[in-house]
Each structure stands twice: as structure tokens, then as C-alpha cells.
Design a protein around this ligand. Structure first.
Ligand SMILES: Cc1cc2nc3c(=O)[nH]c(=O)nc-3n(C[C@H](O)[C@H](O)[C@H](O)COP(=O)(O)OP(=O)(O)OC[C@H]3O[C@@H](n4cnc5c(N)ncnc54)[C@H](O)[C@@H]3O)c2cc1C
Ligand code: SF4
Length: 455
């Protein structure tokens, strides 16, 4: 029986397994080093995933649980968790993959492989920020994991370096959990984040954004005590005369992601010119025959729907490769291009879905309002609501009896001024097994129900 191994069980790997199964593969083995499938989605408890694939705005855990449920019972699928893939080599007509888990190290064979190993964050060492080396410096992904999965707050007064979507989302999350976010610092003149996220993560909470600035020094011995920030010139060099100090106990770095594909490059896969990225053709195949690459390990994607579409195509092609049939050229089916850049405080950005439409309201001489720019009728209701009581779907976590956090989202939008109280109410709850109902609704005293996400 010919076998496909999918390395990595995030959105890309799950979709690759599904693509391979749908294309008739006899045996698909999905391997992930984590205890649970889902990859980064498990810690992204905010809303806004899956609009293209599922026509719904879901949290990361909801998207993960739904995608896994679509393949889980397939008898041709074998899943190994807590299993690390550490090497790959060609042996005669097949590939050998070295895996490591609680049973030790071993080599296993595969006729085709899909790599879906995601990406990792850039660290302080890569940025070479001058200053001391105290505790209190985290990458944004680590901080997100601490808050959303480990139930640990990284600090009380936080500065975030980098205003991409991950930095923005962490600013809001930390604020709602009771930290003070003193500033978000961005070296470029504009933010790389979606306008919708700047609206709902910074402007909603009055968090200052310093563009054209960087952190020029970290201050503190045992723990971070402050950071020095400076303006930068057109060459991104620090203008020392503009230095100002911001007191904080925590610095969060959200300064970029790097595709994780060292195993493939060590196996001899060709790289794109001048980069560390592995080259793929239009079938998502690397220079190694029958070895495919998808998701954030191919390049860093901002939409999970795109990752899933690519993963599915890579898995499909792995199955076609084994059957010696023609591969299918990958064409990205996701056309959504959400608006990026810094909105004005007065701009109306609909936050109901990841499209994040900029909505214009014109009033004519007769006082009649003309609403434009909304991609769908929901935008009109959003404008009405925004002019009365700005409200948002709030996502947070509730503790289960075992201490494990359950991601939840409010069943209805909550007015912005009550969002932090809603999160506090959820923080104070401990759910027993009996509280977990089939409809996933959880009572939150004095507020709309929360919808829980559990397998
Ligand atoms: C903070 C954040 C916010 C986001 N917000 C949104 C949003 O609002 N809407 C949206 O559509 N998209 C969003 N995205 C983007 C999207 O969610 C991700 O791009 C997507 O989930 C990545 O999927 P992936 O499978 O490529 O990678 P990952 O989810 O990182 O999965 C890779 C998997 O590979 C495993 N792995 C790696 N190496 C090995 C190995 N050697 N052996 C075994 N297993 C291995 C890892 O354990 C992991 O499970 C966000 C991303 C981030 C990080
Ligand atoms: S107007 Fe419609 S399409 Fe545009 S962001 Fe709002 S819900 Fe999405």
C-alpha cells in the first residue's frame, strides 16, 4: 500500500490530509509534534477565521475543531500526535522520514510527503536591540500562548514592538485581561496590520501607536523597567535626539515570522533565490520529486482560508503523484483582500468580518443619509449600531475544573464599555463537566451567554 505522510497538523496539514483522502490516497499519516492538532489556531481565540471556507466568522479553535471533524473518522487516515519529524532522506524509490516520540527514534517510509510545518517568530537576538537582558521580553506568539492556553499573564504594563495583526490582536487581548498597554511601536511609516484590526484593537481601547519609531534600548536589571523609543529616519536609523522613555514591565516583540522548513532544505530542496524559502512549482511541489509544501512553511499567509486551500491542493497532488496521474495547478481561490493601513479615529470600519469594509456616510441637503463602501447589507446595520453604542463580539477563555482553559465568544455583541467586565466575569467562573452542554452555551451572569469551543 502506498503511503503519504503529512508533516504538521495545523490548518495546512489538516487540509492536505483531506485533499489526499479525497483524491483517493490509500493511506495518509498525519504527524504533529504537539499534543493536539490545529497548530497556531488553538491559541488564536479571536474571531475572524473561515469566512471564505465556511462562510462564517469563527474563532481559531472553532475553525480547527471543525476542520479536524471533517477527516477524523476516515479509516484511511492515521494520526500521530506528540511526534516530531526530525529528518528526511531518499532511499531507493521512497522517502525515509525520521520521527521521534515517547517510543524513541525511528525511520518510516513514505511514497510522497506534504510538509506543512508552519512558521516561527523572530526573536530579540535577531533584532539586536541594545540594553540589558532582563526578564519580561516575550515574542507575541509566546505571550498569546501564555494568556490563552497557560492562563499566565506576561506582565502588567506592556509595550508592543510591531503593529502587524498579531501585535494588534495581542494589544487588545492583554487590555481586556486587565493589563495596561502603554504603546505599540512601529518602525515603518504605516502599519502592516489590517485597518479593521487597528480600529478594533487600538482605537477602541485608546492605545497609542507610534509609527516611524523603534525600541532603541531595553532598561532594567532583573525585570524590564522601561524601554527607550526613538524616531527613525528614512534609512530606518535611530535619531538619538528624539529618545523618550516609556515605563513598562514587559516588552512584546511582534516583528515577523519565518517559514519553518529547515528539514526540507537539509534534505536538499532548492531554495528561492536569495532567501531561505523553499522553492515550489505551480503544483506546490518542491525540487524533490513527490515532496510538496504548503501553508506558512511555504510563505507566511494572513488568511487561514488561503492556507487551507493551498494545503488541500498539496494533499491532492501528493495523491495524484503516487497514482502517476497529472498534477493539478494550484490557483488561489481566495480573492478577499482586506484593507490595510491606519484609519482615522472618525473612519468607520465594519468589524463584522475580515473584509473590514471602510464605510462612508454622506448626508445630503435634505438630511438623507447615503451609506457606501459596505460589501454587504450587514454594513448598514453596523453603521447604525456604531453611531449609538459601539459593540463587539468578545472572545476570551473560561477555566474548566481541571484548570484547562476553554475558549469562548459572546453569543451577541457586547457594548465596548462593558467588554472588560464581561472578560472579568468569565475569568471568575470555573466550569464543571455538567456545565458543558451540547449546544455549547455557557451562562455568564448579567451578560449574553458565551459560546464555548471544546472537542
Ligand atoms: C496570531 C495570529 C492571528 C491570526 N489571525 C488570523 C485571522 O484573524 N484570520 C485568518 O484567516 N487568519 C489568521 N491568521 C493566519 C492563519 O491562522 C495561519 O496562517 C494558519 O493557521 C497557519 O497554518 P499552518 O498549518 O500553515 O501553520 P501552523 O498552524 O503553525 O501549523 C504547523 C504545525 O506543524 C507542526 N510542526 C512543525 N514542525 C514539525 C515537525 N518537525 N514535526 C512535527 N510537527 C511539526 C506544528 O506543531 C504545528 O502544529 C493568524 C495567524 C496568527 C499567528
Ligand atoms: S460590510 Fe459586510 S462584507 Fe463588509 S466587513 Fe461588514 S459584514 Fe463584512
Amino acid at each position: 500500500m502506498k503511503k503519504i505522510i503529512v508533516v504538521g497538523g495545523g490548518a495546512a496539514g489538516i487540509a492536505a490530509a483531506q485533499g489526499a483522502l479525497d483524491a483517493g490516497a490509500d493511506s495518509v499519516w498525519l504527524i504533529d509534534r504537539n499534543k493536539e492538532l490545529g497548530g497556531i489556531l488553538r491559541q488564536c481565540i479571536h474571531d475572524g477565521f473561515g469566512l471564505n471556507k465556511y462562510k462564517a466568522s469563527m474563532t481559531g479553535p472553532e475553525y480547527a475543531v471543525r476542520s479536524i471533524s471533517e477527516i477524523y473518522d476516515n479509516p484511511r487516515l492515521h494520526i500521530s500526535r506528540s511526534t516530531n519529524v526530525i529528518g528526511v532522506k531518499k532511499h531507493n524509490d521512497e522517502y525515509q522520514i525520521q520521527i521521534q516520540n515517547s517510543e524513541g527514534l525511528k525511520w518510516v517510509g513514505a511514497n510522497s510527503i506534504v510538509f506543512a510545518t508552519g512558521c516561527r517568530e523572530k526573536t530579540r537576538g535577531m533584532l539586536m536591540i541594545p540594553g540589558t537582558r532582563p526578564a519580561g521580553i516575550f515574542t507575541a506568539g509566546l505571550a498569546q500562548r501564555l494568556v490563552n492556553i497557560e492562563n499566565v499573564m506576561p506582565g502588567k504594563r506592556v509595550v508592543i514592538l510591531g503593529s502587524g495583526d498579531i501585535g494588534l490582536i495581542m494589544a487588545r487581548r492583554l487590555c481586556l485581561e486587565g493589563a495596561e498597554v502603554a504603546a505599540v511601536i512601529e518602525i515603518m511609516k504605516d502599519s502592516g496590520g489590517l485597518s479593521r484590526n487597528i480600529r478594533q484593537c487600538l482605537l477602541d481601547f485608546d492605545i497609542p501607536l507610534y509609527t516611524g519609531h523603534t525600541v532603541s534600548k531595553i532598561i532594567g536589571r532583573e525585570r524590564v523597567q522601561a524601554v527607550e523609543i526613538c524616531e527613525v529616519d528614512d534609512n530606518l536609523s535611530v535619531k538619538k535626539e528624539t529618545a523618550q522613555i516609556i515605563d513598562c514591565d514587559t516588552l512584546i516583540l511582534s516583528v515577523g515570522l519565518i517559514p519553518e522548513n529547515e528539514i526540507l532544505s537539509a534534505a536538499g530542496a532548492e531554495l528561492c533565490d536569495g532567501t531561505e524559502n523553499v522553492k515550489t512549482d505551480s503544483y506546490l511541489q518542491t525540487s524533490l520529486d513527490g515532496v510538496f509544501l504548503c501553508g506558512n512553511s511555504r510563505y507566511v499567509h494572513d488568511l487561514v482560508d488561503r492556507v487551507s486551500a493551498e494545503g488541500y491542493a498539496a494533499g491532492q497532488n501528493a495523491a495524484l503523484f503516487i497514482k502517476m496521474q497529472n498534477l493539478i495547478e494550484f490557483q488561489d481561490p481566495v480573492t478577499m483582500n482586506a484593507i490595510k493601513g491606519i484609519p482615522q479615529k472618525t473612519d468607520i470600519f465594519c468589524v463584522l468580518c475580515p473584509n473590514g469594509c471602510r464605510i462612508k456616510v454622506d448626508v445630503n441637503e435634505k438630511g438623507e443619509r447615503n451609506i457606501s463602501g459596505n460589501g454587504c447589507p450587514k454594513g448598514v446595520n453596523f453603521v447604525e449600531q456604531e453611531s449609538k453604542t459601539p459593540s463587539r463580539i468578545v472572545t476570551t477563555t473560561v477555566k474548566g475544573e481541571s484548570g484547562r482553559l476553554i475558549p469562548v465568544k459572546s453569543s451577541l455583541p457586547i457594548s465596548l464599555d462593558k467588554a472588560a467586565s464581561y472578560v472579568k466575569e468569565c475569568q471568575n467562573m470555573i466550569l464543571s463537566k455538567n456545565d458543558l452542554k451540547e449546544d455549547r452555551r455557557i451562562r455568564v451572569a448579567g451578560f449574553p451567554d458565551a459560546i464555548g469551543c471544546y472537542d
